[in-house]
Design a protein around this ligand. Structure first.
Ligand SMILES: [Zn+2]
Length: 336
């Protein structure tokens, strides 16, 4: 079956319009072994493209994929599932997005194995500690996989499938945030069972609410644009409430425990803030339209910062756990 037979005539027409003539100086041997596709503003990169995968410009892709006009080229579109999966091996404008979170998944999986076999046993961790780290790292892994799934299948020929993956990507972010809150609250309120339970239940309720909002059919619609930003912001900002309360219960800013951990909490918020700024502002490609199609775009920076944030937070909670194990709780605070 030829390309023209297999694809809708509009897609085939678009493809024809997009593929540029090959440069004359190209060696004949190379010409036979590889398909050359013009990749944005770059010269002709030799890309061994699996059969049937073509790249499109921003104007050529369907409306639901048009999110960032500053990424002008390198889009995959109109693909069946099999080719979406195969496209993991080609250079498109989603390659870095896919691989950054695939490697992130492997990182958190490896860290889980290392925690369970080396770190936690050396800390003489309790069963609860094991459960908390399993939950945290599992949430991070789910978040990474949802993101990989979305960036892999957003180019699916069915708009419905593409949108479902997008909803799952959003839901994955809530699950990732849950993975930050659970160990954070658990160790911050380690010496205070009552408040630990209150905040764990509150966080769980909040994340579940957000999760159900995110899989609501209207969540990705234009009407919900502001609500979406508000939900995102409140989930991140909510963390300030237990943080303040934790400071107050621990005896204020000048106590040892706060001096040791507060910088780690603040740095976490710096990474999260930077990640959100890139995500929302579409900087830097906004200033270099068409120049950062494949490498260096805001979404790629957001991906890397999310991995960094999860990693940082995991290390910070390990530090807090270790501190808590070596500094027993004062008697009076346990049932406060
Ligand atoms: Zn993403």
């Amino acid at each position: 079956m030829t390309f023209t037979e297999k694809w809708p005539s509009s897609a085939a027409g678009l493809f024809k319009a997009h593929v540029s003539p090959l440069p004359l100086a190209m060696p004949q041997k190379l010409l036979k072994s590889a398909h050359y596709i013009e990749l944005g503003s770059y010269q002709y990169w030799p890309v061994l493209v699996p059969r049937g995968i073509r790249l499109y410009t921003y104007e050529q892709i369907p409306g639901h994929l048009r999110d960032n006009p500053y990424i002008t080229d390198g889009y995959r579109a109109y693909l069946p599932s099999r080719l979406c999966i195969k496209s993991i091996f080609i250079l498109s404008n989603e390659t870095v997005n896919i691989w950054s979170h695939l490697l992130g998944f492997l990182l958190f999986f490896g860290m889980g194995v290392y925690d369970l076999t080396a770190v936690l046993p050396s800390m003489q961790a309790s069963r609860e500690d094991y459960a908390i780290y399993c939950i945290g790292l599992f949430c991070f892994q789910v978040c990474m996989l949802c993101s990989v799934g979305y960036h892999l299948f957003c180019c699916h020929r069915s708009e419905k499938t593409s949108r479902r993956w997008m909803a799952l990507d959003y839901a994955g972010i809530s699950i990732g945030i849950l993975g930050c809150y659970v160990p954070g609250v658990f160790y911050a309120f380690y010496c205070n069972n009552y408040w630990r339970q209150v905040y764990l239940v509150a966080v769980l309720a909040m994340i579940l609410t957000v999760f159900f909002a995110q899989i609501h059919p209207l969540y990705l619609s234009k009407q919900w644009h502001h609500l979406r930003s508000a939900i995102f912001f409140s989930v991140a900002a909510y963390g300030l409430i237990p943080t303040m309360h934790w400071m107050w219960l621990s005896g204020g800013f000048h106590t040892d425990v706060i001096q040791v951990f507060m910088p780690r909490v603040l740095f976490m918020y710096v990474i999260a803030g930077a990640a959100l700024v890139f995500y929302v502002s579409k900087v830097p490609e906004r200033y270099f339209p068409g120049q950062l199609n494949y490498l260096g775009s805001s979404h790629q920076l957001w991906h890397v910062l999310v991995v960094l944030m999860f990693y940082w937070w995991h290390q910070a909670t390990l530090f807090i756990a270790d501190y808590r194990h070596s500094h027993p709780c004062p008697e009076r605070s346990l049932h406060a």
